[in-house]
Design a protein around this ligand. Structure first.
Ligand SMILES: [Zn+2]
Length: 370
């Protein structure tokens, strides 16, 4: 039996990365690591990237608020129609800038995903497919050019399940991506909707990992002030997604599906007691599609480590389990952990647990057996 911990385990994990396009260089790095006792791998599963230039889809398609970029000096303005959505810096689109910042913070590998505002689930299906393909090709190209440092996951037009499945297959088989990022709801519909089941079925069959990211937060229009959609809405959205997949029976029907959730699972870990109690006292409302206690699904999905707080980190470790939490920083955005993994590293968990949190659990979620 292969040793799980220590150098042999690390070598195996990196060897397995060769399944994905362009990661051969990591193997070389591992060979070098034989000489050192510690490889200090850090895999950040939650980072976002976008292309430095994008077509003007508003002009091309003739409708909608597709994001376009206006470059001003070294910054870029993400414009939603005529309105400024967000000002971003070069680290949002320039691989070289990212790699320099990764070196500064000792991040070995970033898992690259699209910025959720670019999901474009609201667009006409064919147009959503076109924009998804554009972002996926860009991520795949970035990985190809920097195979030591990046792993890419794709986005798919979930407003049309057939097209979403087609693009998922392309991402996995052609672009060699190990997973996809999806929204916490799809145009207001919960992830428990049976229309998504064929998508989950194919994802399970392909071994395609899913990263669920909150977006289009419920109540957003009612709480614009104080950044509340991000501070209050996002944790609720993530719990909405987890509860939907549990109560809708998705984890039950597709037990091999590997799903990770952003932001430490949002409000789910702290409210699991309430969720379980609700299941027990009102099964007529809660247990209509799945009769299994929600707590039994803990340990069957992953969350990232983005909680910004030592006590919260200890709590999610206690509740969700030390095998199910992966380093995730939300790089390069201000609400993320600016030095990815610093919270974990400074909590002195010991080598074994620290390694799980910094890269081993990420390997499990991505489908890399150690
Ligand atoms: Zn994010």
């Amino acid at each position: 039996m292969r040793k799980r911990d220590g150098t042999a385990g690390k070598e195996r994990i990196i060897y397995e990365f060769r399944k994905f396009s362009g990661l051969e260089s990591l193997v070389l790095q591992t060979k070098l690591s034989k000489l050192s006792k510690h490889l200090n791998l850090k895999i950040d599963i939650h980072t976002h990237i976008m292309p430095g230039t994008m077509p003007n889809w508003v002009q091309k398609f003739g409708y909608g608020d597709f994001i376009h970029l206006e470059h001003r000096n070294c910054k870029a303005c993400m414009m939603k129609g005529d309105k400024l959505f967000r000002e971003v810096e070069a680290n949002c689109f320039d691989a070289g800038t990212r790699i320099k910042e990764m070196d500064d913070t000792e991040v070995t590998v970033q898992v690259l995903s699209t910025i959720p505002v670019l999901f474009n689930y609201w667009a006409k299906a064919a147009d959503g497919l076109e924009t998804s393909r554009f972002f996926n090709d860009h991520i795949a190209d970035t990985v190809d050019k920097n195979p030591k440092r990046f792993i890419g996951i794709g986005t798919v037009p979930l407003q049309d399940i057939d097209l979403a499945i087609k693009e998922m297959e392309r991402c996995v088989t052609e672009l060699k991506m190990p997973g996809l990022e999806i929204g916490s709801n799809i145009n207001g519909e919960n992830l428990s909707d049976s229309k998504f089941f064929p998508f989950y079925e194919v994802a399970e069959k392909l071994g395609c990992a899913l990263f669920v990211h909150p977006w289009e937060m419920m109540g957003e229009q009612q709480m614009q002030k104080y950044w509340l959609p991000w501070l209050v809405g996002m944790p609720g959205e993530t719990s909405r997604a987890i509860c939907s997949l549990i109560f809708g029976g998705v984890f039950q029907k597709f037990p091999k599906l590997r799903v990770a959730f952003a932001h430490g699972g949002g409000s789910f870990p702290l409210t699991i007691g309430r969720i379980e109690h609700g299941f027990n006292v009102r099964p007529d409302l809660v247990a209509i599609d799945n009769a299994i206690n929600p707590r039994e699904y803990i340990g069957k999905f992953w969350i990232d480590s983005l909680v910004h707080d030592e006590k919260a980190m200890r709590y999610i470790l206690d509740v969700m389990g030390e095998d199910k939490i992966c380093l995730g920083s939300d790089y390069p955005f201000p609400l993320g952990e600016h030095h990815p993994g610093k919270l974990i590293s400074e909590m002195n968990f010991g080598n074994q647990l620290t390694e799980k949190l910094l890269y081993k659990n990420a390997g499990d979620w991505l489908g890399i057996k150690s």
